[in-house]
Design a protein around this ligand. Structure first.
Ligand SMILES: *Cc1c(COP(=O)(O)O)cnc(C)c1O
Length: 377
C-alpha cells in the first residue's frame, strides 16, 4: 500500500478505493442468478454512498438499463449521466411534480391511489407515459394498501392512461430465507399479478434474488449485493468486495506503564504494548459503536480497535505488529477483502448498508476501473 507517489493520496488521512470492475462482476453474478430475467440496479443515496456518477456509468457499461433511485432529485441527476436509461423514482410522485417526471423522463413508482390518479390525469393531458405501481404485500411502508389494491384489481381502468406498467412489491424478510413472510408476500403478489395480466413485475431485492425463480418476476432490483454486501447471510458471500478503506497512522505510542486509551478511559493497556493512532473517525463513517469492538489489518496482522472512536481518530493495539509496519505514515486497512462491510457492521451492531452509506465525503477517493467510463450508455 504505497500511496506516496499520488499527491492527493499523500495528503490524505484516509483513502477509500471503490472497485468499479468488482461492481460489474457482481452485476454479472446477479444476472446469472436471474437466469435470463433482466436485472436493474438500485443506485439511491449516491449509489449507497459510493458515488453514483461512476457507479451508474459502470453499470450501464455492464449492460444495465433499469435504475432505481429514491428521490426525484436523484433521478434528475442520474438522467444527466445516463440519457437512455429507464429510471424509476421509488419515493413516489410528489404533488405538482408530474411535469418534472415528463421533462426528465423519470418513471414514478406510484405508491397510493391518489398518485395513480394524478399520474393518469397528467398522462391523459400530455401523452401516455410509463408507471410502476407499488403494492404493499407485507412491508407496511410504501405502496398500495390491501384495500387500494382490491379496488384497483377490480377496476384497473386507470392503468389504461399509462404507456407501460411495471407491477412492483418489496420483501420485508428476504435476508431470512426461512421467514414465513417471504412466501406470504409472494402468494399475495402472485394473486395481484394474476388479476392484472399483461404487465411485467419486479419483486426481489438482493437477498430476494437468492430465494429462487418464484421471486424473480420480470426484473431484478438489487442494491447492496452490487456493492459487495452478502445477500445470503450465514452463507459464503457470493459477491466480490467493492470497497477498501485505508487510514494513515499518525502516531505510535509505546506503553511502558499502565495507561488508559481515549475518551472515557474505556480501555486499559498493560505494558509492554503499542498503540497506533489512525486518521479515521466517526465523521468519516467509522461508526462510534465500533469502538472497543472492531478490527483492522496492519500488513497481515489483524489488530483490535481499542478505546472509543473519536470524530477524526481511532486507536489500534498494534503490540503484535512488527514496528516497521506501524510507523507514522503507514497505512492500515479498515475495510477490504479481510474486513468486509458485513464484518464491520457486525462489530458496530448495524448492517452493511449503514456502513456504506455512512462513509461520507472526507476520504480521498480512488476509483478502480479498467474501462473508460467517459462515454457510457
Ligand atoms: C433499497 C431498495 C432495494 C434494494 O435493496 P437491497 O437490499 O439493497 O438489494 C430494492 N427495492 C426497494 C423498494 C428499496 O427501497
Amino acid at each position: 500500500m504505497n500511496h506516496d507517489t499520488d499527491i492527493a493520496a499523500a495528503r490524505a488521512g484516509a483513502i477509500l478505493t471503490v472497485d468499479l470492475d468488482a461492481i460489474a462482476t457482481n452485476y454479472a453474478r446477479l444476472q446469472a442468478e436471474l437466469r435470463g430475467v433482466p436485472c436493474a440496479a438500485v443506485v439511491k443515496a449516491d449509489a449507497y454512498g459510493l458515488g453514483v456518477e461512476l457507479v451508474a456509468r459502470r453499470l450501464a457499461l455492464a449492460g444495465c438499463r433499469d435504475f432505481f433511485v429514491a428521490h426525484l432529485e436523484e433521478g434528475i441527476e442520474l438522467r444527466g449521466l445516463l440519457p437512455a436509461a429507464r429510471i424509476y423514482i421509488l419515493n413516489g410522485l410528489y404533488t405538482a411534480c408530474a411535469a418534472d417526471h415528463t421533462a426528465h423522463d423519470l418513471i414514478p413508482v406510484l405508491n397510493d391511489r391518489g398518485q395513480i390518479d394524478d399520474w393518469a390525469v397528467h398522462c391523459r393531458a400530455t401523452a401516455p407515459q410509463p408507471a410502476a405501481i407499488h403494492f404493499d404485500t407485507g412491508m407496511t411502508r410504501l405502496g398500495l394498501t390491501p384495500a387500494e389494491t382490491d379496488a384497483l384489481v377490480d377496476d384497473p381502468a386507470p392503468l389504461d392512461a399509462f404507456s407501460d406498467v411495471l407491477l412492483m412489491s418489496h420483501l420485508a424478510c428476504a435476508d431470512e430465507p426461512g421467514h414465513e413472510l417471504n412466501e406470504l408476500q409472494r402468494v399475495r403478489f402472485d394473486a395481484i399479478r394474476d388479476r392484472l395480466p399483461g404487465h411485467r413485475s419486479c419483486f426481489a431485492n438482493s437477498a430476494g434474488l437468492f430465494l429462487g425463480p418464484a421471486y424473480h418476476g420480470d426484473l431484478g432490483r438489487p442494491g447492496i449485493a452490487l456493492y459487495g454486501g452478502n445477500p445470503v447471510p450465514g452463507r459464503a458471500n457470493p459477491m466480490r468486495p467493492v470497497v477498501r478503506l485505508e487510514g494513515r497512522i499518525l502516531q505510535l505510542r509505546q506503553i511502558d506503564a499502565p495507561r488508559t486509551v481515549g475518551y472515557g478511559a474505556t480501555h486499559e493497556t498493560a505494558p509492554p504494548a503499542r498503540i497506533a493512532t489512525v486518521a479515521v473517525g466517526y465523521a468519516d463513517g467509522y461508526l462510534r459503536s465500533i469502538g472497543n469492538r472492531g478490527h483492522a489489518y496492519v500488513g497481515e496482522v489483524r489488530v483490535p480497535v481499542v478505546g472509543r472512536v473519536s470524530m477524526d481518530l481511532i486507536t489500534l493495539d498494534v503490540t503484535d505488529v512488527p514496528e516497521a509496519l506501524c510507523r507514522p505514515g503507514r497505512w492500515v486497512e479498515l475495510l477490504g477483502d479481510r474486513c468486509t462491510i458485513d464484518d464491520l457492521a457486525l462489530d458496530g451492531g448495524t448492517i452493511g448498508y449503514e456502513i456504506l452509506t455512512a462513509l461520507g465525503a472526507r476520504h480521498h477517493r480512488v476509483y478502480k476501473a479498467t474501462t473508460n467510463l467517459g462515454e457510457a450508455d
